[in-house]
Design a protein around this ligand. Structure first.
Ligand code: 3EB
Length: 311
């Protein structure tokens, strides 16, 4: 059983997953290959595919299709809670308990309504669903990204497995689940990276990583400096992941594949050039998207697959 992820657009046997953003750019189309037959289904509003070891799901929910369940709750908060409640119900029904990696895409992420930025509304709903499902909200949490698109439904893709991940934090950054309330009433529920274990493999998922040191944005307004700080953060997470990893040799940024989300289209060439110089020949896709803090101009997510030698 091997897992492969290629940035191509060609579907092969096994699993194919079109990212919610694949209509925006083919480089956002992520295809996971597995070499054993998959079972497919649709339940809880989620399209999913699974084998014995892991499950890949995708759900889209229109905010107008969800009724807020409490006074003052925004439609996005209600939709976010509903998406994650469905996700956790599916994982329970499928006996696939461990959430590995989540890709969250929401419209107008920095917009404000109900007295709160929409990303912060999303955090309220996500957090509530983790609590409702008796899940850990700090420590054992999945790797993730939360990215803004211009419009469209709340779209969440996820990978889950029969085996738990080893969460990885970044010593240069406060764990996001410990962020103080200046970033919103509920902290985001994700780890800086996760080591996941399909049979015979070790997969490193690095969450969306940005120019944040401690909990503060550094270099506002300077996209090149933000790129450099982001790479320093990636290096630090990779080092921490390698310390916790079972596979050898250590993970290295130059052997991973990367995707950069860039706030301003006019910065894409600069980001491409700056990151290329720091990441070498590693595959890098740059796409336009909004980032969850309005002062962040760029965010990078990365992944690598190692095979584990048999014991
Ligand atoms: C940060 O470090 C940048 O809410 O799931 C990165 C990765 C970010 C995931 C999420 C948010 C999320 O806080 C933002």
């Amino acid at each position: 059983m091997t897992l492969q992820n290629t940035p191509t657009q060609t579907a092969r046997d096994g699993g194919r997953h079109d990212s919610p953003l694949s209509h925006v750019s083919p480089s956002l189309n992520s295809i996971w290959h597995v070499d054993r037959p998959l079972q497919r289904g649709h339940s809880e509003g989620i399209h999913w595919q699974r084998n014995a070891d892991m499950l890949l799901g995708m759900i889209e929910l229109q905010e107008t299709d969800v009724l807020p369940t409490a006074a003052g709750m925004s439609p996005l908060q209600a939709a976010s809670q509903s998406v994650y409640e469905r996700l956790f119900r599916l994982l329970r029904q499928q006996d696939m308990p461990h959430l590995w990696r989540v890709w969250n895409y929401l419209g107008d992420i920095n917009g404000e309504s109900h007295g709160l930025e929409r990303y912060r509304q999303f955090n309220l709903g996500r957090y509530a669903a983790f609590v409702q499902a008796h899940r850990d909200t700090g420590g054992q949490v999945p790797a993730a990204c939360a990215i803004g698109v211009q419009h469209g439904p709340l779209s969440v893709a996820f990978l889950a497995g029969s085996m738990p991940v080893v969460p990885v934090e970044n010593p240069r950054q406060l764990s996001a689940w410990r962020y103080p309330t200046q970033y919103g009433p509920r902290a985001p529920t994700f780890s800086r990276a996760a080591l996941a274990y399909p049979p015979g493999q070790e997969v490193l998922f690095i969450s969306g990583t940005a120019s944040i040191v401690g909990h503060e944005t550094v270099h506002p307004g300077d996209v090149v400096a933000q790129c450099r700080e982001t790479v320093r953060n990636l290096e630090c997470v990779v080092q921490e992941a390698s310390r916790l990893a079972r596979s050898a040799p250590a993970f290295a940024l130059g052997d991973m594949s990367h995707r950069a989300y860039v706030r301003h289209a006019s910065d894409i060439a600069t980001v491409q050039r700056t990151l290329k110089a720091l990441l070498g020949d590693a595959p890098l896709a740059c796409v336009r998207a909004d980032i969850c803090r309005s002062d962040l101009l760029v965010e990078v997510e990365s992944q690598a697959l190692h095979s584990l030698s048999p014991p």
